[in-house]
Design a protein around this ligand. Structure first.
Ligand SMILES: *Cc1c(COP(=O)(O)O)cnc(C)c1O
Length: 460
C-alpha cells in the first residue's frame, strides 16, 4: 500500500528540471523556510536577529553556519508543550555540540545519542544521564560500558548480541538498566509519503511481523540486570502527517498486547521515534507540532483502548524538527558559468563537504542572494560547490537574480540538520564553523577547521 503519493508540490521544481516559474519577488523570504529571526534590512541585506549577514561574515568568514539560538530554543519548547507529558528526546545526530546539548537540557528535553562520540559530547556538556537514551545497531562493549558509566536512563536494544552483552555488563556492575526493544514495524516513511508494507529488510531493529521482536522481548525479560520498560519504533524522516505513525502505532501496540498476553509483562513506555518533517522550500507543508502531538497521543490512546491496555507514556525523538529550521549557511559566490539555453552554474566556496544532502538524498533547498537586494530578472541557476565532483550540488534548481556574481553572498535556508553533522573534509576543505546569533550578538560554538587541523592527523 502506497499512501499519499508524492507529486511535485507547488513551488517545487519537478526533478526533470522543469519549473512552474520564478517566484514573484526574489528578495522575499518565505517565513515557512527561514529562521524565525531572519529578515531583510532597509538596504535589502539578509539579517538574523537584526544583524546584517555582511557584518556576520566580516567577522566569521564564509562558508558559515549561522544558528538562530532563539529559533532552536523555541522549537524545543514547542515540542515539549505540544507533546505534553510525553518524553521528548532530541536526536543528537541531526547536530550536536556542547552548547546545543546545554540548550536542549535547559529547555527540558532529553537527548538521544547513538555512538560513544555523541555520548561523550553529552557527558562533557554535563547532560543529566537519566535523560539520555542510547541507540545504535552495533553498540560496542566500550560504548555500552560508557553509557552505563554515564548512567543513561534508557538503552534501546537492537540485537540479541547486544542484549546478552548489556546484561553481562550490568551483572558485573551489580546494577539494573532500563531498556526498550526496537521493533521494525514494516512502515517506511520518507519525503512526504509512507509505505505500510515496507520490507523489514534493514539493519535496524527486530522484525515485528517475523516474530523476532517478541523473541527479543522474551530474551530481555529473562536477562538479569535488564528492566524492560517499553518498545521503540522509528519509521523514517521528513514525515508531514500522522498517517505513517498511525500504522506504526497500531502494530507496535499490537506487540505490547502480545507481550502482555503471551509473556505476562506490562510495558509502560512507547517511543515512536523521530522523523517529523520541516519545510525546505515554499509549498512544503509539514504538520503543525501541536497538531502532531495531539494526533499521536490520540492514536496511541485509541489503539490501547482497543487492546484493553493501559496507555503507556509516549516518547518521541525529533532531530531535524528542532535544529533544522533555525540555521542558514552563508557562502560567497566565486565563479558564474552560463550554459546556453539550460541554466547558469553559480559556484560557492563550500559544497558537498558542508551539505551532502542534495547529492545523497536529492534534497531541495531554498537559496537567496543575501548581501544585497536585486531588481534583476530571475535566472534559472544551479548552486554548486568547489569540489572535484560533478555531483557537488548544493541547490539543484534555484531562481537567482541574473546579476549575481563573484563576491555576492548566498544564503541557503534550513541547513541546521544533517549538514554540519554529516560534513566531511573532502578535498581537504576544512569544515565551516557554527556561529550562534542572538539579539545581543554572535558567538562561535564550533570554530572553523583549518588545514593545520587536518594535517595534525598526518603523522608521517
Ligand atoms: C534519525 C533518527 C531520529 C531523528 O530523525 P529526524 O528525522 O531528524 O527527526 C530519531 N530516532 C531515530 C532512531 C533515528 O534514527
Amino acid at each position: 500500500m502506497r499512501v499519499h503519493p508524492a507529486g511535485p508540490r507547488s513551488g517545487e521544481l519537478a526533478h526533470d528540471g522543469v519549473h512552474s516559474g520564478p517566484p514573484q519577488d526574489l528578495n522575499e523570504l518565505d517565513p515557512v523556510v527561514w529562521p524565525l529571526g531572519a529578515g531583510r534590512s532597509g538596504a535589502g541585506h539578509l539579517t538574523l536577529r537584526g544583524h546584517d549577514v555582511r557584518d556576520l561574515v566580516a567577522e566569521h568568514g564564509t562558508p558559515v553556519f549561522l544558528l538562530d539560538e532563539a529559533d532552536l530554543r523555541r522549537r524545543c519548547r514547542d515540542y515539549r508543550d505540544a507533546f505534553g507529558g510525553a518524553m521528548v528526546f532530541y536526536a543528537a545526530k541531526a547536530f550536536l555540540c556542547t552548547a546545543v546539548a546545554r540548550w536542549v537540557e535547559e529547555e527540558g528535553l532529553g537527548l538521544d545519542v547513538c555512538t560513544g562520540g555523541e555520548l561523550e559530547v553529552a557527558v562533557r556538556a554535563g547532560f543529566p544521564g537519566d535523560r539520555l537514551l542510547l541507540h545504535g545497531n552495533n553498540k560496542s562493549v566500550a560504548e555500552l560500558s560508557a553509557a552505563l558509566d554515564a548512567g543513561v536512563g534508557r538503552v534501546v536494544v537492537d540485537s540479541l548480541t547486544e542484549i546478552d552483552r548489556l546484561s553481562q555488563l550490568c551483572v558485573q556492575r551489580g546494577m539494573t538498566q532500563r531498556v526498550l526493544v526496537r521493533a521494525t514495524v514494516g512502515v517506511e516513511a520518507h519525503t512526504h509519503e509512507f509505505i505500510a508494507t515496507a520490507h523489514e529488510d534493514q539493519k535496524f531493529g527486530f522484525s515485528l511481523a517475523g516474530g523476532d521482536a517478541l523473541d527479543a522481548v522474551r530474551r530481555v525479560l529473562d536477562a538479569p540486570g535488564l528492566d524492560l520498560v517499553g518498545l521503540h519504533s522509528h519509521i523514517g524522516s521528513q514525515i508531514f502527517d500522522s498517517g505513517g505513525f498511525e500504522v506504526a502505532a497500531h502494530r507496535v501496540v499490537g506487540l505490547m498486547a502480545q507481550v502482555r498476553d503471551e509473556l505476562g509483562a506490562g510495558l509502560t513506555e512507547l517511543n515512536l521515534g523521530g522523523g517529523l518533517g520541516i519545510a525546505y522550500v515554499s509549498g512544503d507543508d509539514p504538520a503543525d507540532v501541536v497538531e502532531m502531538g495531539r494526533s499521536l497521543a490520540r492514536i496511541v490512546e485509541r489503539e490501547c483502548t482497543a487492546y484493553g491496555l493501559p496507555v503507556p507514556r509516549l516518547a518521541i525523538e525529533p532531530g531535524r524538527g528542532i535544529v533544522g529550521p533555525g540555521t542558514v549557511t552563508v557562502y560567497e559566490v566565486g565563479t558564474v558559468k552560463p550554459v546556453e539555453g539550460l541554466r547558469t552554474f553559480v559556484s560557492v566556496d563550500g559544497g558537498m563537504s558542508d551539505n551532502i544532502r542534495t547529492a545523497l538524498y536529492d534534497a531541495d533547498y531554498t537559496v537567496v542572494l543575501a548581501s544585497r537586494a536585486s531588481e534583476a530578472p530571475a535566472m534559472l541557476s544551479r548552486v554548486v560547490g568547489k569540489h572535484c565532483e560533478s555531483g557537488d550540488v548544493v541547490v539543484k534548481d534555484a531562481w537567482l537574480p541574473a546579476d549575481v556574481g563573484g563576491g555576492d553572498l548566498l544564503a541557503v535556508a534550513a541547513t541546521g540538520a544533517y549538514c554540519r553533522s554529516m560534513a566531511s573534509t573532502y578535498n581537504h576543505v576544512p569544515r565551516p564553523p557554527v556561529v550562534a546569533v542572538t539579539e545581543a550578538g554572535s558567538r562561535v560554538l564550533v570554530r572553523r577547521e583549518t588545514v593545520d587541523d587536518l594535517l595534525v592527523l598526518d603523522i608521517e
